[in-house]
Design a binder for this molecule. Structure first.
Ligand code: FMN
Length: 307
């Protein structure tokens, strides 16, 4: 008979992240408010809002006669003027994404073969990518070994290596998968232009929700030029607002974009991003924010926290 107390069940970081987001409540500051301007500058370009697409991978054609999912959402991002992101893809597929939408950030896996990282960075730059980066949070599988993805072995990255990647980049360099002040400060010291605070939909068991650690990271990086992005369960414009209020410069919607993409392709993602921008605009109106940077922690009520 199974003893339910001793199953060794780990906390699901996705559930905890969702619960934490939902525990954050907003106060209203309606007097003197107006409809805000949510346009946002990222890497020298102006986008419609601080809501971006996710660094997804492995999305081939999602139906008969359709383009690959990664190309469809790149086109949607272009239509709504959102910064587009892409994860692990071959150069061949990357070329298609960049042809559809050059305002794309390419996140490269931490291949044990470091030469492959350098060559994928170079390829992205030569094909017009707006920025490049690596997801530092994917070195290990869940079997106590280095992970192997599509036949490629992964390896953790040292600060020395990170410095070299940043130095080699001719466009802004992003470190994705930061989930502590320790790594945020190391990334900044190594010269990263931006970080993504993320647990990569739960690579680390019992991972802390990104928004719980975000304020400490924002404080630690105050006075630097490092842009701070966030993902993990940013499913609607209100979630995006909560991240902005806690100090994020921009956010990526992730799996919440998947159903619209699968069901309706480009149009579905356009609708999803447009709706999120409408929700963000509305909630900024109600909280008295005229610009995304006006959002601040004192607008939030978080159980057990007193800002
Ligand atoms: C199908 C799929 C593929 C992904 N591929 C990558 C990838 O190649 N590189 C990466 O950094 N993150 C990748 N991610 C992680 C996302 O970028 C994001 O960090 C994660 O999904 C958390 O956001 P969410 O909770 O809103 O989904 C992938 C996620 C999904 C669902």
């Amino acid at each position: 008979m199974e003893d339910k107390k001793y199953t060794g069940k780990q906390v699901d970081p996705n559930e905890i992240t969702r619960q934490y987001l939902d525990s954050i409540l907003l106060e209203q500051r309606i007097l003197d408010s107006d409809l805000p301007d949510i346009s946002t500058e990222i890497f020298g370009e102006t986008f419609a809002s601080p809501i971006m697409t996710p660094a997804f991978s492995h999305l081939k054609a999602l139906g008969e006669g359709r383009e690959a999912g990664i190309v469809e959402y790149a086109r949607a991002a272009k239509q709504v003027n959102a910064l587009n992101w892409i994860g692990m893809e071959t150069d061949e597929d990357m070329e298609k994404v960049l042809a559809a939408n050059p305002k794309t950030v390419r996140i490269i896996k931490i291949f044990a073969d470091r030469d492959l990282i350098y060559s994928q960075m170079k390829f992205a730059e030569e094909h017009g990518a707006i920025a490049v980066g690596i997801d530092i949070d994917h070195p290990y599988g869940n079997d106590g070994k280095y992970d192997v993805v599509d036949g490629y072995e992964m390896r953790p990255v040292s600060q020395e290596e990170l410095k070299d990647f940043v130095k080699a980049a001719n466009v802004p360099f992003v470190v994705k998968g930061v989930l502590s002040v320790t790594d945020a400060v190391k990334a900044a010291v190594c010269g990263a232009d931006a970080i993504v605070v993320s647990h990569h939909h739960g690579r680390l068991p019992s991972a802390v929700p990104p928004l719980l650690v975000l304020p400490q990271i924002v404080e630690a990086l105050a006075g630097t030029d490092v842009r701070i992005f966030v993902d993990c369960h940013i499913d609607n414009g209100v979630d995006a607002f909560k991240a902005l209020a806690l100090g994020a410069d921009a956010v990526s919607v992730g799996r919440a974009m998947m159903a619209p993409l699968v069901n309706e392709g480009v149009e579905g993602v356009v609708k999803k991003l447009t709706r999120m921008n409408e929700e963000l605009t509305t909630v900024m109106g109600y909280t008295g924010c005229l610009r995304p940077e006006d959002a601040e922690p004192s607008m939030l009520w978080i159980p057990g926290q007193d800002f």
